[in-house]
Design a protein around this ligand. Structure first.
Ligand SMILES: [Zn+2]
Ligand SMILES: [Zn+2]
Ligand SMILES: [Zn+2]
Length: 176
């Protein structure tokens, strides 16, 4: 950790207001840096400070110890549920308390629409990066044989439904 909480370590300018990307990550840019949508490049100082997203308490109980679960977003935009009793001891570098963690790869909602191939119901799958697709509820994955099972119908939702961010998130410097 550094002591430069609100000052750019590269150029000593103040950092801008925290902004949230569409994948749920939070960051602060150096106020001397700005994104130029025309050249698709950072101008000025390119320092970006990634912020930890506050965990959110869920209305679910830990299957191991019955404590409340919390929803946490990592710096890489991945979401996980973890036990609120779980912690991290910085001195011993060991996990403390309950170690229950469940990664969330995507969000699934059941739709009222029927699959055009097999007439079973469709589900709406939102990936962890926010892309949406409709797929057949009979679709599955056989872990032993490593093959897809059930109906293979998939329809990705139009990219037009995903407004493009002008912030140029994909061009940000890699996270440290
Ligand atoms: Zn700077
Ligand atoms: Zn627990
Ligand atoms: Zn189907």
């Amino acid at each position: 950790m550094s002591d430069f909480s609100d000052v750019c370590p590269k150029c000593s300018s103040p950092l801008g207001d925290p902004i949230e990307t569409k994948t749920g990550k939070k960051l602060q840019r150096c106020s001397m840096g700005s994104w130029n949508p025309q050249t698709k490049q950072n101008e000025g100082c390119g320092f970006v400070k990634w912020l930890l997203v506050e965990p959110k308490e869920l209305d679910e109980k830990c299957p191991k110890c019955d404590s409340a679960l919390i929803l946490q977003t990592t710096r890489f935009g991945k979401k996980m549920k973890k036990c609120s009793r779980g912690g991290w001891d910085k001195e011993t570098k060991q996990a403390t308390g309950c170690d229950y963690v469940e990664w969330i790869n995507g969000i699934i909602e059941t739709l009222e629409e029927k699959c055009p191939d097999c007439s079973e119901s469709l589900i709406l799958f939102t990936t962890s990066s926010g892309k949406k697709m409709k797929k057949c509820s009979t679709a599955g994955w056989d872990r032993e044989k490593r093959v897809a099972t059930g109906c293979t119908y998939i329809q990705w939702l139009k990219p037009g439904e995903e407004p493009k961010s002008s912030a140029g998130e994909e061009f940000l410097p890699p996270e440290e």
